[in-house]
Design a protein around this ligand. Structure first.
Ligand SMILES: Nc1nc2c(ncn2[C@@H]2O[C@H](COP(=O)(O)OP(=O)(O)OP(=O)(O)O)[C@@H](O)[C@H]2O)c(=O)[nH]1
Ligand SMILES: [Mg+2]
Length: 635
């Protein structure tokens, strides 16, 4: 008979296998499932890919801006604090040499440097602070951490005991005033509750001889839900709490008492939050409307108590299961504005002025580029009781898609908009060039955004400059099949027509959308988990490491079975042997040439292979069927 004897792992082995939990478990990562098909890998085992870990909230960092009209190469790259510091030093050096003899006080020098920067860049940059994210890593307790590299190559630390990820958490934007940070991205860890364990118990009661098994089942682990909270408008709360764990189910008890269900964990997010699995681009959930709730991770099933194992063959089962582990994952949250119409355009074109005249919003308006640093929202009410949410976005520059200026940080907000209003500064030297540059940036950033319907609004018609340029601009755009509007946002002339045209585009878009869209299924992530859990135990993959004579049997169903086996009960081992035989693991191993004394690893169990066919002289099938009939036996 072929059998696997379970060797008790030494504490060292057990710890080392525990450590492996920091890496993805093979069944969870196995992209290909084999049904009864065995894959043999000679040589060393494939090491599982390392997880991308890290967490914490990410805030948008602002960068130094170029003067409005200067699109020269000199300023065509993003200038960050690091670069600016170098620039500062250079200027400081120059200043020092110039004033070496004059022995100026340090305060005066700084003032001079600032003046020099301002005149170099052509705008009042003292008003724009320069910020950069400062990365800090916690060096304390180094021995307790393993270094892991995430996708971006940053080192992050994993606390093995708690499973908390640190490192990226500490990436903070020091020096950025809180009001200017845009908490529109966050990374969180979620884990649903483990199921409670089942127990082995027997009924003992006066006048009830042979009361039978009465071990109750463990309770189901708590679920993790995500819910839209209308009162939230940023992902700021995730700055303080980023680990969400649902409660584990209570263990079963005697007298057929089942364990209580674990407590659910509800993650509240702002309307417009998009959820992705960390490091992946696929969107898992999109939460738009207040009150929307989705089951994200279902809790683990409770382990069965011995009462559930009672059968005609075995009336006194001494076996109970462990509760199923709840799934865990790292998620990336991204908040996108839920605006119907986005106002785009070059800096200083009058976007904020337009928003201020069509809605009650009061954005900052000033005659310098990049007045708007964060998107502003306004609600436009029409006579006929319909409303329109309009977002005024920071100005776009040539090179925005490469991170030049500010606009690109927020362009992703327009992905949600159904229509765009493109404001043109009529007083610009070449309005048409400005129009093309912004259109090009939109196309380069995302072809999807560029395909959105848009209205062109030629602004500042009250200025003679703009008035002169309008006929030519109109003619050229009409030649390209675009019908532009002209307006004076300051004088509130022509703005109503512009917004009505945008509303018309939105209405058409909504109608077209209705035709294509069916009901939204919000629980598809949980459905995916359920599907993974119900993976057949027959689907497994065997790999062989010839150098250490180790066989790895990997399969989601088997993995789950091993995890739920409670080895403290004597019948568990028999059941395990039986299941391995029934699902074809033995047969496949023998086919691949497993030898006496080889190590076989199934899930977290490490075992030694014993081939006793020669000694027993009985056919394997017969012996196997005998086991299955006799199992589980009363001892
Ligand atoms: N004459 C005139 N000036 C205007 C008009 N609309 C806006 N402005 C002025 O243009 C300047 C810029 O206006 P904003 O509304 O701040 O421009 P913006 O496009 O939001 O600029 P950024 O947020 O910096 O990208 C302000 O001084 C406004 O008063 C207009 O129709 N006529
Ligand atoms: Mg503005």
């Amino acid at each position: 008979m072929a059998s696997i004897s379970i060797s008790v792992m030494s504490p060292v082995q057990a710890i080392s296998r525990q450590k492996d939990r920091s890496q993805p478990k093979p069944p969870k990562t196995a992209s290909k499932k084999f049904k009864g098909k065995i894959k043999f890998r000679g040589g060393s085992l494939k090491t599982p890919p390392q997880t991308s870990v890290g967490g914490g909230i990410e805030a948008t960092t602002y960068t130094r801006l170029p003067p409005k009209d200067d699109f020269s190469d000199e300023f065509s790259t993003e200038v960050k604090l690091a670069d600016c510091e170098v620039a500062m030093l250079n200027i400081e050096d120059e200043t020092e040499t110039e004033t070496e003899t004059e022995n100026q006080s340090s305060e005066e020098e700084i003032e001079e440097v600032e003046e020099k920067l301002d005149c170099n860049l052509g705008v009042g940059y003292r008003r724009l602070d320069i910020f950069e994210g400062v990365e800090e890593y916690d060096d304390s307790g180094e021995e307790e951490y393993d270094d892991v590299f995430d996708d971006s190559g940053k080192t992050v630390n994993i606390d093995e005991e708690e499973g908390f990820y640190e490192g990226e958490l500490d990436v903070k934007e020091k020096g950025v005033p809180a009001v200017m940070r845009c908490f529109d991205r966050a990374k969180i860890y979620v884990k649903s509750g483990d199921g409670g364990n089942g127990v082995v118990a027997f009924r003992r009661e006066k006048y009830v001889p042979f009361g039978g098994p009465s071990g109750g089942d463990g309770g189901r682990g708590g679920n993790v839900y995500v819910e839209v909270d209308d009162s939230m408008n940023s992902l700021l709360p995730f700055r303080n709490s980023m680990h969400f764990r649902a409660g584990r189910g209570s263990h079963g008890q005697g007298k057929m008492m089942n364990g209580a269900k674990g407590e659910d964990s509800v993650i509240k997010v702002a309307p417009g939050t998009v959820i992705r699995e960390a490091g992946k681009s696929e969107v898992l959930l999109e939460l738009l409307n207040p009150g929307q709730k989705a089951l994200l991770l279902p809790g683990g099933r409770g382990g069965r108590g011995n009462a559930s194992f009672k059968s005609g063959f075995n009336k006194v089962p001494r076996i109970a299961e462990n509760g199923e582990e709840g799934p865990e994952m790292w998620l990336e949250l991204e908040l996108k504005l839920v605006a119907d119409v986005g106002i785009v355009g070059a800096p200083n074109a009058g976007k904020s002025t337009l928003l201020s005249v069509i809605s009650a919003a009061q954005p900052t308006i000033a005659n310098y580029p990049f007045t708007t640093l964060l998107p502003n929202l306004g609600v436009v009410s029409f006579d006929y009781d319909s409303t329109l949410v309009v977002a005024d976005l920071p100005g776009l520059l040539e090179g925005a898609h490469r991170g030049f200026g500010l606009g690109h940080e927020f362009l992703r907000h327009t992905e949600r908009c159904s229509a765009l209003v493109h404001v043109i500064d009529g007083s610009a030297e070449q309005p048409e060039f400005e129009f093309d540059a912004v259109r090009l940036e939109l196309e380069l950033f995302s072809p999807e955004i560029a395909e959105k319907p848009f209205v062109v609004a030629f602004n500042k018609m009250d200025l003679p400059d703009a008035n002169e340029k309008w006929p030519l601009f109109k003619e050229r755009l009409q030649a390209r099949g675009i019908e532009p509007f002209c307006m004076s946002a300051v004088k509130r002339e022509g703005t109503h027509e512009v917004i009505c045209a945008a509303y018309e585009l939105l209405r058409k878009h909504k109608e077209a959308k209705k035709e294509f869209e069916g009901p939204v299924d919000m629980n598809h992530v949980a459905d995916k988990v359920h599907k993974q859990r119900s993976a057949s135990i027959n689907e497994f993959e065997i790999s062989h490491d010839s150098s250490s004579s180790t066989w790895h049997v990997v399969g989601p169903g088997l993995q789950r079975f091993v995890q739920m086996t409670n080895w403290r009960y004597i019948d568990s081992e028999k059941r395990f042997q039986h299941v391995l035989e029934a699902c074809g693991v033995y047969k496949s191993l023998m086919k691949l040439g497993v030898k006496e004394g080889d190590t076989v690893i199934v899930g977290e169990m490490e075992m030694v292979w014993h081939d006793s066919t020669k000694n027993s002289g009985q056919s394997k099938m017969k012996k196997g069927s005998e086991i299955s009939i006799k199992w589980p036996q009363w001892k």
